[in-house]
Design a protein around this ligand. Structure first.
Ligand code: NAG
Ligand code: MG
Length: 266
């Protein structure tokens, strides 16, 4: 009797352990961001008057604008946030909301429904670049040469939840427009990087022309969205990591803001 009970207890434990990890397969998806080690640092109260979580909230809500660098005392916090699980969870919350929205629409399949995606820190992530000790989260000023070299390596991973949302949109027959402030001269690198990580098709990839280099992001993006709508497309959704992706003219029927406490583009 005792033996039988012992065996059933072991069996029960086995069932509990297995059922506790039902999604073991969910981690089979290659996920380069996950391989990076989180930095140390916390939202902390070490600096009187500045709480880094409050700073990040102010950034995301667009209460803070035109900021140039992450406050020095929040660099560790931002690195930890970006490389840990919270950033990824926050992205997933955005794409889940966007998917719920798509499901709520009755799309009329006339080929005019368009979704606009930004590229950097939206469709793909430059986190492996920022995670380099020589770059970091805010301590060093932006180095265009180094960033351009990184772009040419074409090693930026996808933000997994955005990629899976993109795939759903493609299945729904929504046209995909990538609208990025990246310059035209980087097209071959951007396109190859995007294809390598799973963004296999799109209807347009709009990159900044030399003639547009003086335009602010919000002006440049507004102009192209206006052009799209003049061509008869309906921008049913628009997703980006910067407010300048999502405000201005013809922002789209719904906008979805991904988190980005690393940099500000006005
Ligand atoms: C910027 O990056 C380039 C290429 O990696 C490097 O040679 C240069 O020293 C960097 N400049 C500064 C100011 O750090
Ligand atoms: Mg972006």
């Amino acid at each position: 009797m005792g033996l039988l009970r012992g065996i059933s207890l072991i069996f029960l434990l086995g069932v509990l352990v297995i059922s506790h990890f039902p999604n073991a397969n969910a981690h089979a998806y290659p996920n380069p961001i996950n391989l990076l080690m989180p930095h140390s640092g916390s939202a902390g109260h070490r600096v009187p008057g500045l709480n880094c979580l409050s700073w990040r909230l102010a950034v995301e809500t667009y209460n803070l604008r035109d900021w140039r660098t992450i406050p020095e005392e929040c660099e560790g916090y931002v690195g930890h946030y970006m490389m840990g699980s919270q950033y990824r969870k926050d992205c997933l919350a955005v794409t889940s909301a966007a998917y719920d929205y798509i499901k709520s629409l009755s799309l009329n399949k006339d080929g005019k429904d368009v979704w606009v995606f930004d590229i950097d820190e939206t469709s793909l992530s430059n986190l492996p670049y920022y995670a380099r000790p020589s770059v970091g989260f805010g301590a060093n000023p932006y180095n265009a040469t180094a960033f351009d070299e990184w772009q040419k390596e074409m090693k930026a991973p996808a933000i997994p939840s955005v990629l899976s949302f993109y795939k759903k949109l493609v299945r729904y027959g929504v046209k995909i427009v990538f609208l990025s402030g990246s310059h035209e001269e980087f097209r071959q690198f951007k396109e190859r990087n995007m294809k390598n990580i799973g963004y296999t098709k799109w209807d347009m990839m709009i990159l900044k022309q030399a003639s547009e280099s003086k335009l602010k992001a919000v002006e440049y993006k507004s102009a192209h969205r206006t052009k799209l709508e003049k061509m008869g497309y309906r921008i049913i959704g628009n997703m980006g990591d910067q407010w300048s992706d999502l405000i201005g003219d013809h922002p789209g029927m719904r906008t979805f803001k991904l988190p980005d406490p690393m940099y500000y583009i006005g």
